[in-house]
Design a protein around this ligand. Structure first.
Ligand code: PEP
Ligand code: MG
Length: 584
């Protein structure tokens, strides 16, 4: 017989094996209790000192997180500190004491529940999950009112067990999660919660395997039972058999070894063995992806595919909606992180019901991206104003996709100037110096890169399309795999030409096609002098690790040599042979 299984939402990858420890919920104050008339001022003073004590506790945790280089978690506690200043939360609780004679505990509990349930009812998953933060802060104040110290319950649960424990709880507050000691707690399983809850986010950045949303079954487990947590599969095995234990122990050791190697590259600059620095950034499709990208060690965003904001809905996103999404992306990273917002790239394989586009025989050669935007300037300017407004909150850059001619670029830039003028007239703040660049994904633009380089602020090479247009091979057709390969020398020659043209005009050049995160391509691109590599978030740490082993100076001649080889197969074999660092 196999072990009993509990299924939940995979919140944080990794394997953990240990004994179950159940974290019992602290009881919330039951019902409403009142104070006598005339006691209001004294009760308010008691409440204010509890808030002050909670603030002190949060400041100490915040400082400790910063000291440990755990910036993501520090930000969460910064948000908690802000909640302690919030009128709707703290002001409302004070009002209940003063106006309705609530006891301080009851006032805090009620005000917290009011705000949390308002958030929990929202459509936006991210905001919904913030209800947990509000409850966390209220609980902290209530704990202070009763004189308890921080996380007493957690310490009691973790106990003095010598082997690692697996924590089971209804839900973990972000504070609980951030203070979990990974040397004691091997993983956790909660009945409630979703992938974007802060406890899940923290678990990912600390690297504790975690499963959330596992339902009641997570609470039925007996204390002390042996369990396995498979964080990637969202699976708990209760009472595993010997063969399951052996298999998971092997998987755990393997994953741990790999992660430990990569972990040293988180939060580090991206430099080659000979000290050449580049930027490793992420490709994202939503504001939520930005949070994950930052957790994965990306330095910023090299491509935000904004068309996803337009897809899967009957109407178009408003300027405000877009502004909020772009601002959220900027805020997911630290101050000054580069964020490249690509204007929408609808058409090709991406359809949009709200635009009612006609069916085309060759959609990849059709009415797509900048071609639609220039044809519908009002639609385009709505997006441009949203990007510009968000540029007041971070290092945003704007990038136009599918540019083929200088005329298209100039028209797009002209509309950007118009959008700026509209904001100036309305006295709305934006970054006047915002950089504007283009994607190089059509061979025509690659050929004219020297001319474009005089006018744009940057290039980003889109190899996914550049390959399909150079090789005349539809990127969606699986039979054409041998042609859809960026290592073909005709593609490499274009890339080399584009990088040289940009550098001649002192402009930076990035790449946001899949090629940028492909290990075999990285030595070539580094040798050619690419400045920014944008890739899927999970490729960032492996890329930074590879980069640290490569010698940029030596790779310049490799980058030249591959341009003269016959085809992609020959390039692959040559690079593998010349670059032993690919397989350390
Ligand atoms: C590309 O073409 O390489 C690119 C990054 O854009 P997309 O894949 O969105 O077309
Ligand atoms: Mg493209």
């Amino acid at each position: 017989m196999m072990a009993t299984e509990i299924k939940g939402i995979a919140a944080s990858e990794g394997y953990a094996i240990g004994r179950a420890v159940i974290l019992r919920e602290e009881a919330a104050p039951q019902g409403i209790t009142y104070i006598d008339a005339g006691q209001e001022e004294a009760e308010l003073t008691r409440f204010d000192s509890a808030v002050t004590a909670a603030r002190g506790e949060l400041e100490a945790i915040h400082a400790r997180m910063l000291e440990d280089g755990r910036e993501k978690e520090a930000e969460i506690f910064e948000a908690h500190l802000m909640l302690l200043e919030d009128e709707e939360l703290i002001g409302a609780a004070q009002e209940k004491i003063r106006g309705q004679r609530y006891k301080a505990e009851a006032a805090m509990n009620k005000a917290g529940e009011d705000v949390a349930s308002m958030l929990a009812a929202l459509d936006d998953e991210y905001l919904r999950e913030r209800a947990a933060d509000v409850r966390d802060v209220s609980k902290r104040v209530i704990r202070k009112l009763s004189g308890a110290s921080d996380s007493d319950a957690m310490q009691a649960a973790a106990g003095d067990s010598k082997s690692k424990s697996i924590l089971f709880a209804f839900d973990l507050t972000p504070s609980d999660t951030a203070q979990l000691d990974p040397s004691v707690i091997g993983g956790f399983v909660t009945a409630a919660g979703g992938r974007t809850s802060h406890s899940a986010i923290i678990a990912r950045s600390v690297g504790i395997p975690a499963i959330v949303g596992a339902g009641e079954a997570a609470l039925q487990i007996e204390d002390g039972k042996l369990v396995i947590v498979d964080g990637a599969a969202g699976l708990v095995l209760v009472d595993p058999k010997d063969d399951e234990l052996a298999r998971y122990e092997a998987l755990r050791q393997q994953a741990e070894g790999k992660r430990a190697l990569l972990e040293q590259f988180r939060g580090k600059p991206s430099v080659s063995a000979d000290g050449h620095q580049v930027e490793l950034v992420a490709n994202i499709g939503s504001a939520q992806d930005a949070v994950a990208a930052s957790e994965h060690g990306a330095e910023g965003v090299g491509l935000f595919r904004t068309e996803f904001l337009y897809m899967g809905r009957p109407d178009l996103p408003t300027e405000d909606e877009q502004f909020t999404a772009y601002k959220e992306v900027a805020e997911a990273f630290g101050h000054g992180a580069p964020i490249v917002i690509r204007t929408m790239d609808i058409g090709g394989d991406k359809e949009l019901p709200s635009l009612q586009l006609e069916k085309e025989d060759n959609p990849f050669l059709g009415y797509r991206a900048i071609r639609i935007c220039l044809d519908r300037p009002e639609l385009f300017k709505t997006q441009l104003r949203a990007v510009l407004r968000a540029s007041a909150f971070g290092e945003l850059k704007v990038m136009f996709p599918m540019i083929a001619t200088l005329g298209e670029w100039r028209q797009a830039k002209g509309l950007l100037e118009q959008a700026k003028q509209e904001l100036r007239s309305a006295n709305i703040a934006f970054n006047e110096q915002i950089e504007a660049g283009i994607m190089i994904e059509i061979p025509a633009a690659a050929q004219m890169a020297d001319r474009f380089a005089r006018e744009v602020d940057f290039f980003s090479i889109g190899t996914n399309d550049l390959v399909q247009y150079t090789m005349a091979a539809d990127r969606m057709n699986p039979k054409l795999g041998y042609l859809s390969d960026p290592l073909h020398p005709p593609v490499l020659r274009l890339i080399d030409q584009v990088i040289r043209a940009a550098h001649k005009e002192n402009k930076w050049v990035g790449m946001c096609g899949e090629m940028a995160g492909t290990p075999i391509a990285i030595p070539i691109l580094l040798g050619m002098g690419l400045d920014e590599f944008s890739m899927s978030a999970s490729a960032v740490l492996p890329a930074r690790a590879l980069l640290s082993r490569l010698d940029r100076a030596k790779l310049a001649s490799l980058a030249e040599a591959v341009l003269d080889l016959d085809d992609a197969e020959a390039v692959r074999a040559y690079v593998e042979q010349q670059v032993p660092e690919l397989n350390p």
